[in-house]
Write a protein that binds this ligand. Structure first.
Ligand SMILES: [Zn+2]
Length: 208
């Protein structure tokens, strides 16, 4: 088993929430990556990073398609069908890259890992510190809360507005959608809580 291929899976997991944050910055590109639940609600066109998010998304989308085709050629000898331009297709290309990486020589997978690392660096540069998705903050020494739907530690939050979601692919809420809630503070107890669109509330006094 190729360790570079494993690394690609981890890098794509890291990239996904960054892409989601970039998609949120560019409402006119539109479309959700997979489920229609991402909601491009943060259309603040005056923000300074806004101008850079669109071109970066475009270049990542193009390069992801090229990388997928090149890995498929290395793995199977054929380029395959060219994907359309939607966000969902970019997500599909990235997931396909994760799988194809196991079928190519290690050197090719390492090269792919370097390309994806560059996308992550570029995305971080465009996304302001307080706009960046990060693990849920907890008080020192406390345990991070697991996702109430899948039980893994896959929750990511954007500090600026408390938007929180689960990056575990395949995790769904009670309405069958990707869990996407808001990190809030209880007015009664002052403790942290996560409010989910399907009505669930996750209370956790360990939340910072
Ligand atoms: Zn989950």
């Amino acid at each position: 088993m190729s360790s570079a291929a494993n690394e690609i899976g981890l890098l794509v997991e890291e990239l996904m929430p960054l892409l989601a944050a970039l998609w949120d910055m560019v409402p006119e590109i539109g479309g959700s990556p997979s489920t229609g639940t991402m909601g491009h609600h943060k259309a603040s066109s005056s923000a300074p990073w806004h101008q850079e998010a669109g071109p970066l998304l475009y270049s990542i989308a193009q390069e992801a398609r090229k990388l997928e085709a090149s890995l498929r050629r290395d793995a199977s000898g054929r380029l395959g069908q060219r994907r359309g331009g939607s966000d969902a297709n970019t997500t599909a290309a990235l997931l396909s890259i994760c799988k194809l990486a196991y079928g190519v020589p290690d050197a090719d997978a390492r090269l792919a890992a370097r390309i994806i690392s560059r996308w992550i660096r570029n995305a971080r540069q465009v996304i302001d510190q307080d706009e960046r998705p990060m693990p849920v903050p907890v008080r020192p020494g406390r345990r991070r809360p697991p996702c109430p739907y899948c039980g893994t530690f896959s929750l990511r939050v954007v500090p600026r507005d408390g938007a929180i979601w689960c990056i575990n692919r395949g995790c769904t809420d009670r309405d069958g959608r990707q869990p996407r809630g808001t990190l809030e503070r209880s007015t009664v107890t002052g403790g942290g809580m996560i409010v989910w669109p399907d009505g669930r509330i996750t209370r956790n006094r360990d939340l910072a």
